[in-house]
Design a protein around this ligand. Structure first.
Ligand code: GAF
Length: 392
């Protein structure tokens, strides 16, 4: 959508969306709809293996100001792009006809229509505080906010629990990114002060209390600023090797390999790379379950070692980290974080570190120093507690 390094516009994001609408279309919007970015506490590359994830919503959001427009046409303007997007029913008759950031908007219109819903034409103005290209689900936030706007404007009956699949379909089939269900579920279903324990096979959810502030804790999110090197192709290849491994093991998905059956499963595979991919997914699913148990018991600090083990597994077995990311994790741990790990799809993006709230500055200073020592561009930081703003 834009250069991730470009500083975001100033002012409240909901005000910016409404002002953008008025400026662009010469009238006030009919309403505003929002969706947050997300960080994933633990459970990486488990979603498309029918496994478990534990994301939480960030207090950063994308807001869409919108109103109906006649004639089966959609017009979208974004503060993050110099090029507005306009399309009609022909462009949403089949995937792939709108490219660039507009594909996320067109993809949602296409997915709604393909599911048999009557989607009204609309004018949209988009503003966002979710950094683009940082692995905090700016795409899912955009899809979810556009979806909420179109559903409300058109009086479409689509309950929240059915929206993630539809938004995921826009991303998979229209935009062409073979992602799982985690991000769309997180940005639509997370609740304030909770992490979302999602079973990606059944889509059943449990809202797990994750009250960092009361425990004197915070999550430091470090935007590594590492360029996403080959992220698309590498993501697809990890997914393909998991699917191949599941076939070889005779299971529907790697979720069906229990942690206790890991050694037996690994013995059935004859190449080392596939064995490492499988080990990551199976152990990661177990780490999500263990993290949920600790959080249920109110033992937030004790999840630290699980976060760090998850990182090691992504680095050594799934091989999706990069030097900037590993440096941020090591520096945060050395500065006293209880645990730290990359969050999101990998090959760049963000690290999250669980820290005492009053040690957050020391942790971010340590990461900045470690970056400077390796001549990496300075990282960005967000200090966060789980939050969500379903509506502006
Ligand atoms: C990206 C994808 F969009 C998610 O579906 C998930 O696979 C994640 O990478 C890795 O856990 O965010």
């Amino acid at each position: 959508m834009t250069d991730p390094a470009r500083p975001g516009p100033a002012g409240d994001v909901a005000d910016r969306a409404a002002a953008g609408f008025r400026h662009r279309y010469g009238e006030p919007p009919a309403g505003r709809w929002a969706a947050p970015g997300r960080a994933n506490l633990i459970g990486e590359h488990t979603d498309y293996n029918d496994g478990f994830v534990l994301p939480f919503a960030l207090p950063l959001r994308t807001v869409v100001a919108a109103a109906r427009q006649d004639g089966g046409r959609w017009t979208a303007w974004s503060e993050l792009s110099d090029s507005p997007v306009e399309f009609g029913v022909d462009e949403v008759a089949a995937p792939g006809r709108v490219a660039g950031w507009g594909a996320y908007v067109a993809g949602v219109v296409w997915a709604l229509r393909d599911a048999g819903h009557d989607v009204p034409g609309a004018r949209l103005a988009i503003a966002s505080d979710v950094p683009v290209g940082s692995g905090l689900s700016s795409s899912a936030a955009l899809e979810a906010a556009v979806l909420a706007a179109l559903v409300d404007l058109g009086g479409v009956d689509l309950p929240a629990e059915r929206r993630p699949r539809l938004a995921q379909r826009a991303e998979n089939a229209y935009v062409g990114a073979p992602t799982g269900i985690m991000d769309q579920s997180a940005v639509i279903r997370c609740r304030p002060g909770h992490a979302l324990f999602l079973d990606c096979r059944t889509e059943s959810v449990e809202h797990i209390p994750f009250d960092l502030a009361t425990a004197g804790l915070a999550v430091l999110v470090v935007d590594s600023r590492a360029p996403h090197r080959h992220a698309g192709g590498e993501y697809a290849s990890r997914r393909a090797s998991c699917e191949r491994a599941a076939k070889l093991l005779g299971v529907a998905a790697l979720r069906d390999v229990p942690a206790a059956g890991l050694d037996e499963a690994l013995a059935l595979l004859d190449d080392d790379e596939t064995r490492r991919r499988v080990r990551h997914v199976v152990t990661e699913n177990q780490r999500v379950l263990d993290t949920v148990e600790l959080l249920r018991a109110g033992r937030i600090r004790d999840i630290g070692p699980l976060l760090t083990a998850s990182h090691a597994s992504m680095r050594d077995d799934f091989e999706i980290t990069v030097p900037e990311i590993d440096t941020a994790v090591e520096a945060a741990l050395a500065a006293g974080a209880y645990g730290a790990r990359m969050t999101g799809g990998g090959f760049g993006g963000c690290v999250l570190a669980l820290v005492d709230a009053d040690r957050a500055d020391a942790a971010s200073a340590a990461v900045t120093t470690a970056y400077a020592a390796r001549d990496f561009p300075a990282p960005n930081f967000h200090l966060t507690t789980p939050n969500t703003h379903p509506r502006p």
